[in-house]
Write a protein that binds this ligand. Structure first.
Ligand code: ADP
Length: 248
């Protein structure tokens, strides 16, 4: 299948007055439609840098990002704050407003997403009336409102407690699958990467290069909990941890 995104030899050097830091030395990957990829690696290796370059908020120092013009990105952050003074629906319409794309059709699409993903009764409530998990689902729908093809997720669940995190990661994955999106997620949570992804890219320490790529071979019908109980999960966990840490 033809990739929807080709990242080739991406490189990033941060310049300060006194020094320069080579954060990413070369990163290449071809992303397929509907693929969920996680990037893991030691802290400070350049994961967020890669995501920021893809999101367009940071310039690369080298390499190329090739995609058709019609392919767009959506970005979901760690603590994707909702505006307290706007209702859930109005929060979800914000991106459309900013992009001058708020019309009846797009508004109905957002309402249909809220209905589909269990937020219908909260559409006219304010964020403070929703749990952390629900707020994160709202943040995802706000991102989906602009109909991006590729979701960029930067540690999207790290502000949530353990149980909420398990539930929200399951919900988010289900929503992305049902809406036919591709995703690139940066996380330091290996369990999350293993239960959510089709592919895991392991980066080396800075300056980062790709150390390994794992195309995960879990039965597609397994839930996150069921995956965790398999021998394969433990095997991947140990292999990737070894890649990151240098030993098990
Ligand atoms: P990660 O997301 O893997 O933790 P980052 O992408 O945030 O890593 O950062 C990669 C490296 O680049 C880090 O070592 C960090 O110190 C450096 N870095 C990040 N932002 C800047 C900046 N604005 N100026 C200089 N160095 C930076």
């Amino acid at each position: 299948m033809k990739p929807i995104l080709k990242i080739k030899d991406l490189k990033k050097i941060y310049h300060t007055k006194k020094s320069e830091t080579l954060a990413v030395s070369d990163f290449s990957y071809d992303l397929k439609k509907n693929e969920f990829v996680s990037i893991v690696g030691p802290s400070g290796c350049g994961k967020s840098t890669i995501l920021s370059i893809l999101a367009g908020s940071l310039d690369a120092s080298g390499g190329s990002i090739i995609k058709e013009e019609s392919i767009t990105f959506g970005y979901m952050l760690q603590e994707d704050c909702l505006f307290e003074f706007r209702t859930i629906l109005d929060n979800c319409l914000l991106g459309l407003e900013i992009n001058h794309a708020l019309n009846e059709e797009n508004k109905n699409y957002v309402i249909s997403l809220l209905e589909k993903y269990g937020l219908k009764d909260f559409m006219h409530s304010y964020p403070k009336n929703l749990s952390g998990g629900m707020q994160q689902r709202v943040a995802l729908i706000r991102t989906l409102a602009l109909k991006p093809d590729i979701l960029l997720l930067d540690e999207p669940f790290s502000a949530l407690d353990y149980v909420t995190r398990l539930n929200v990661s399951k919900d988010v994955l289900q929503i992305l699958r049902m809406e036919g999106k591709s995703a690139i997620m940066v996380t330091h949570n290996l369990e999350e990467a293993l239960t959510m992804s089709d592919t895991i890219i392991v980066l080396s320490g800075r300056p980062s290069h790709i150390k390994n790529i794992y195309v995960l071979d879990f039965d597609k019908n397994l839930s996150a909990m069921e995956k965790k109980k398999t021998d394969l999960f433990l095997q991947y966990y140990n292999l990737i941890w070894k890649d990151i840490d240098g030993h098990v």
